[in-house]
Design a protein around this ligand. Structure first.
Ligand SMILES: C[S@@+](CC[C@H](N)C(=O)[O-])C[C@H]1O[C@@H](n2cnc3c(N)ncnc32)[C@H](O)[C@@H]1O
Length: 258
């Protein structure tokens, strides 16, 4: 006998998106958020220097666009990469999420593992750090989110995994070099590491050096292209802002367990 529709367990991701939409669209119209998304999307392409100073998150419209669009977008992307690379391993009990933003990368990885690992997130923007706490709560993942600079806060040495999604490119050269050293040292202690960045039209100048270091440590470099139908409010905003994503693309570096 098939279960009646209403008795089916709710997908935590659907429930998360519905709650996000209700919270962020309580005081904003979708058209305002779509306009902010267009601005944010061109800022990502053209004005990375301003982003580094947190300008991406100044204002309710941009925050809503970040939470409702980039959050779920990055969530789906990291989940797809985790699935392709087979990272849903047992024995992962703590994931450090560096520059966690709204908390989606760590949560996407954690949700693929059973039991779900805990998250240790570091995020310097107080609004995003608070949003990350709400993301993890909504998705049923236990999290300790620290609001501060990832160049100053160390993630726990016992972390089984570390993820940095769209973070390394926002750092100054020196801080980025220090992050690579920290990741390689953590890998030496047995921590897995996943780094995700966009396949930018203009190349990330630091990427080849990171890729070479990761390969030398036994890791891998990938480029991804996943066909996608963006769900719910994320898809509606995508269309309203004229972005019309048909696929998710990214590049990643992964250092496995040894
Ligand atoms: C493009 S967002 C990506 C967020 C999230 N990882 C994701 O995939 O959606 C980059 C995040 O890194 C944070 N960030 C940048 N530099 C940082 C630093 N030095 N310390 C802590 N967080 C930082 C920013 O505030 C922002 O939330």
């Amino acid at each position: 006998m098939t279960e009646p529709e209403s008795d089916k367990p709710t997908d935590p991701v659907d429930a998360w998106l519905t709650a996000l939409e209700a919270r962020h669209l309580a005081e904003l119209r979708p058209a305002e958020v779509a306009r902010a998304l267009r601005a944010l999307s061109s800022a990502y392409v053209e004005r990375r220097d301003r982003l580094a100073r947190g300008a991406a998150l100044d204002g309710a419209g941009k925050r809503a666009a970040f939470a409702l669009f980039y959050g779920p977008f990055h969530f789906l992307l990291v989940r797809a990469i985790v699935r392709e690379l087979g990272l849903a391993a047992s024995g992962i009990d703590l994931i450090a999420d560096l520059g966690c933003g709204t908390g989606v990368a760590g949560a996407a990885w954690a949700l693929e593992c059973a039991p779900h690992p805990r998250i240790f997130g570091i995020e310097r923007h107080p609004w995003a750090a608070d949003e990350a706490r709400q993301t993890c709560r909504a998705l049923g993942v236990e999290a300790d989110i620290r609001c501060g600079d990832l160049t100053r806060i160390r993630f726990p040495a016992r972390a089984s995994a570390v993820v940095a999604a769209y973070t390394a490119n926002e750092l100054q050269d020196e801080a980025r070099a220090a992050l690579l050293r920290e990741i390689l040292a953590a890998h030496g202690r047995g921590t897995r590491a996943l780094i995700v960045e966009p396949i930018a039209k203009s190349a990330l100048p630091w990427w080849p050096e990171w890729a070479a270091a990761v390969r030398a440590a036994g890791g891998r470099e990938d480029e991804w292209r996943f066909p996608i139908a963006l769900p719910g409010i994320t898809g509606r905003l995508d269309r309203a802002a004229g972005l019309d994503h048909r696929e998710l693309t990214a590049r990643s570096l992964y250092l496995g367990h040894h």
